[in-house]
Write a protein that binds this ligand. Sequence first.
Ligand code: ZN
Length: 171
Amino acid sequence: MLDDDPYRYCPLCGAGLEEFHDGERARKRCPACGWVRYRNPTVGVALILLTEQGLWLGRRRSGGWCIPCGHVEWDESLEQAARREALEELGVVVSLESVFNVSSNFHDPEQHTVGVWYLARAEGLDQARPGGDLVELRPFPLDALPELVFPTDRVVVDRLRRSAGRPPGAD
Ligand SMILES: [Zn+2]
């Protein structure tokens, strides 16, 4: 698990990191200043916007469709991040209804994340404009979605299909 960690040097003082075992697992630490490398996932938020036209998806600059999403910045709450991403990636103001799904994402070996998918509503989605990581934005009927680039989005979509027509959270 340490082999794929790109950290080789202490980010505080530049000394070469050494491996040690803290009693629970192997980690890296700096022999000079004692800094310990804790490798943790970051947090992401995603916006489920389901209208009469379907589920709004974004096509990414790097290719493929996804539920609009982004990382939570250091000084943001989950909700602030979700609203900011809506403004950046769709150009709309959203109101957050509820958390629909929370899941670990392991598809990017460089950066594991924990994703929080919000059910959200927005006025004026027809005027939505793609921004941020997105180059295209449109709704798809739940039974006619394109291939989704993130594996956990596929899990969320399966859940959405099963709960379609029922109130949010009514599992
Ligand atoms: Zn150091």
